[in-house]
Design a protein around this ligand. Structure first.
Ligand code: AMP
Length: 173
């Protein structure tokens, strides 16, 4: 496989959504068919022998990659959403972001006991979001088989927060 320089395609947007944050804009990567496919293929390949039953992703950019990876792995897809968006009974957890505090929810019947779960998001910053999602999965007695990201902001040490899980990232800053 010829690998594309994915890092070059990601756009830095300074001071978004607030001053001091350099936002990693993945829309140019999504706009590039080969780069988008390579991202999905590389994460899927990494987990293809791990018997993943369910891919869990976080709204909204996580959904873009997570659903494609679920399709590729022949797994099901479960959305984790911000408070108040899921229609059925939920479990919720509050967590800290690089820029604020938020609450995430999962449907109470989303995962069966013992199912192997791959968590997918676009970017690992402080690790708070991924940790919160792992807690939701474990509350439902799912097994977190791995956590995958397109981008890791290494200087924020997010991997430390989720060190008990296998973590895979494609691009590191
Ligand atoms: P964290 O919980 O700190 O690891 O933050 C991860 C979540 O926030 C991911 O869902 C990212 O999409 C988003 N995020 C945090 N920092 C950035 C950034 N610098 N650029 C783009 N997205 C970010």
């Amino acid at each position: 496989m010829v690998t594309i320089n994915l890092k070059k395609i990601i756009r830095d947007v300074p001071d978004f959504p607030k001053k001091g944050i350099i936002f990693k804009d993945i829309t140019p990567l999504l706009r590039d068919a080969k780069a988008f496919r390579e991202t999905v293929d590389r994460i899927s390949k990494k987990f293809k022998n791990k018997k993943i039953d369910v891919v869990v992703s976080i709204e909204s950019r996580g959904f873009i990659f997570g659903s494609a990876i679920a399709y590729k792995l022949g797994a099901s897809f479960v959305p984790v959403r911000k408070k108040g968006k899921l229609p059925f009974l939920t479990h919720r957890v509050s967590y800290e972001l690089e820029y604020g505090i938020d609450t995430l929810e999962i449907h109470q019947d989303a995962i069966k006991e013992g199912e192997n779960v791959l968590i997918v998001d676009d970017l690992l910053a402080t690790g708070g979001t991924a940790k919160a999602v792992a807690q939701l999965v474990e509350k439902l007695k799912g097994k977190v088989a791995g956590i995958a990201f397109l981008i890791e902001l290494g200087f924020l040490n997010g991997k430390k927060k989720i060190e008990e899980y296998p973590v895979y990232t494609i691009i590191k800053y």
